[in-house]
Design a protein around this ligand. Structure first.
Ligand SMILES: C[S@@+](CC[C@H](N)C(=O)[O-])C[C@H]1O[C@@H](n2cnc3c(N)ncnc32)[C@H](O)[C@@H]1O
Length: 275
């Protein structure tokens, strides 16, 4: 009986497999879904209708790319904070080179203790940072504190989905300094609501940005092949790169691939401080 069922199943499966490797209806899967570029994140700022000269805080500003873009595109006064010295130095130089020294400045600071007075900012921009924040509840309270009444927030972050297996998550998070609870959408949303920030919009974009990067310059397949070589010739690359570098690089490439296969998924929020 089992054999019969399996025979039937295999016949069906191989029929699909034969077609899936070929063309026909499956060619539709080769068609782009027209992913939007990362600049689409600025559309969320645009919709907030903030006036020129508004004060903005870029939390976890990294190399200051968005800090400078926000100043240039919208004519905002933007402060960037980050905890990594190298990032701040790079960001400061970038702003100088772009002639934005009057509009943009950077300061070292932790997101759990934002080094600004209460009610300073019209907008907080938070891109790709929440994942590494140790205490999201405290961070959310700090955002609420430094926002002016009716101030807004735009958050882009990545969450784990139900496809992420616990062992995969543990390996990935430990290596990249990702905080497990910050990877849960329900926990993060609860923290911001409890802090007094109302979620105005939520857009789950999944792997859209990663699909954009892949279609633009083959980034994901390049990283997938690098990863495959690192796995196949592990000893060689371990001795070339060293243990830590090997592990961080491997985790970083997994991060990209996990987005494409749905273990990680991106969401964009806009929030407003409730007075
Ligand atoms: C993935 S990078 C993103 C940088 C930038 N927002 C972007 O999208 O290009 C994350 C940044 O957040 C910073 N960061 C992480 N946790 C932080 C914390 N608790 N306080 C301040 N900065 C933090 C890191 O140093 C890093 O520069």
């Amino acid at each position: 009986m089992t054999d019969n069922v399996n025979t039937e199943k295999l016949n069906t499966i191989y029929e699909y497999i034969r077609v899936a490797h070929g063309g026909g209806a499956y060619e539709k899967l080769d068609e782009s879904l027209q992913p939007r570029p990362p600049e689409m994140l600025y559309d969320f700022v645009e919709r907030l209708n903030l006036v020129s000269g508004s004060t903005v805080l870029d939390v976890g500003c990294g190399y200051g790319n968005n800090t400078c873009d926000l100043a240039r595109r919208f004519n905002f006064q933007v402060k960037g904070i980050d905890i990594v010295d190298d990032h701040l130095e790079f960001a400061q130089n970038a702003a100088l080179k772009q002639g934005l020294a009057e509009q943009v400045s950077f300061i070292k600071g932790s997101l759990e203790s934002i080094p600004f007075e209460d009610a300073t900012f019209d907008l907080i921009w938070c891109r790709d940072v929440l994942e590494q924040v140790q205490n999201v509840r405290q961070f959310a309270r700090e955002c609420d504190r430094v926002l002016k009444p009716n101030g807004s927030m735009v958050i882009y972050t990545i969450f784990a989905t139900e496809l992420m297996e616990p062992k995969e998550a543990a390996r990935l998070y430990k290596t990249l300094g990702v905080v497990p609870e910050s990877m849960s959408a329900s926990f993060v949303e609860e923290c911001f609501k409890d802090a007094g920030l109302q979620i105005l919009t939520t857009e789950v974009i999944g792997s859209e940005l990663m699909q954009y990067y892949e279609e633009r310059d083959g980034r994901a397949t390049k990283e997938l092949m690098r990863l495959a070589r690192m796995i196949l010739a592990k000893e060689k690359f371990l001795s070339q790169l060293g243990q830590t570098n090997y592990e961080v690089t491997s985790a970083l490439y997994h991060w990209a691939i996990y987005q494409l296969i749905g273990k990680l998924s991106s969401t964009i929020y806009t929030l407003r401080k409730t007075v």
